[in-house]
Design a protein around this ligand. Sequence first.
Ligand SMILES: Cc1ncc(COP(=O)(O)O)c(C=O)c1O
Length: 396
Amino acid sequence: MSARAAPQFGGHGIEDLARRAGSTPFFTLDGEAVYRRIRDLRSVLPERALLCYAIKANPLPALLERMNALVDGADVSSVGEIECALSAGFAGHRLGLTGPGKTDAALALAVRAGVRICAESVGEITRIADAAERQGRPARVALRVNPDFPVTGTRVRMNGDSVFGIDCAQIPIALKALRTRQLEFGGFHYHCASRMLQADTVNALHAHCTAHALQTADTAGLALPWLNLGGGFGIPAVEGEAALDVASVGRHLQSLDERLRALHPDGRIALEPGRYLVGEAGIYVCRIVERKTVRGRVWLVVDGGAHHHLHATLQPDREQPANLPMQLVQRTPADDSECVSIAGPLCAPFDVLARDIVLPRAQPGDLLVVRQSGAYGASASPTAFLGHPSAAELLL
Ligand SMILES: Cc1ncc(COP(=O)(O)O)c(C=O)c1O
């Protein structure tokens, strides 16, 4: 964007938003953009598919209240997330609890609230059964599967030798444990990768997981009520990356849904994206406090960084370390551009928001807008680090 254009976000000037937030840094999420994203995604998905939201991407309470009306359910991974979802109006039966380290408190709350629990180990099934027995309530238990399938095209993989899910070889033992402890079989759950940008990658993964679920249900003689294919849809994070072709993913899901319906008429495919639904709808804004030159490199030092937005700084899961898209809001628009690096105030070498990015010549007082910041921002960063204040958050 040119230095002279007055950058806007969600129909508001960035300086106006800064005044509304009261201080920098702050995150802002455009609720209308989230609404449009969900509407557009739904338009390509099979009508019967359940679209859920992975709350970990952004658990802002005001956002969850809006999400409640827009999605069919939510993925939660802790007591805190269950409580946030319930307070935002999600009924317990619309929630799925995943995560490899569920505490007894989380299991007890999930049983009490009627949450579908996605067991990630055979041992966890025992703890769920104990919690259900203590409360004299039934529990609905899906099995999170760790499928043996090579995921390509992303570095963020959650299958194979990772901690997530139950090894395929142990699924028969897990199913037997459900029967022995008289727990309701709630289906299969697969979430194997994040940041997938190629439709072929997503489609291959969905096909593999669906085949595994159908085959396992058939062998065990089970009706399959729920086939959760997880999230993992990526958003272009750096220049040159193309958006995921969700129309292709949707067409492929139509065919998987037809197969599922033919064998299990009541079975529903569920998806639970996080980043894809909110990532592009959010920005992080900080202010430049200093410019300096060190050994020929121009540094802009800003008042925000890794303590609010770790993802914008470390980005360990990128194929190539790369900067998120950024732009400046200048009091006096510059005529010339320059190549700069941008650091936060944390006195830590990792607190670098951008390396060698070309921007209009910036001055202290200018605002830096970091785009693609709606997911894994405020809540995914160590906000208490170094005692800096938390970022304000706005929902438009
Ligand atoms: C179980 C589960 N579902 C969904 C998601 C959402 O992933 P993404 O934001 O990549 O869509 C995650 C993220 O880690 C997850 O662990």
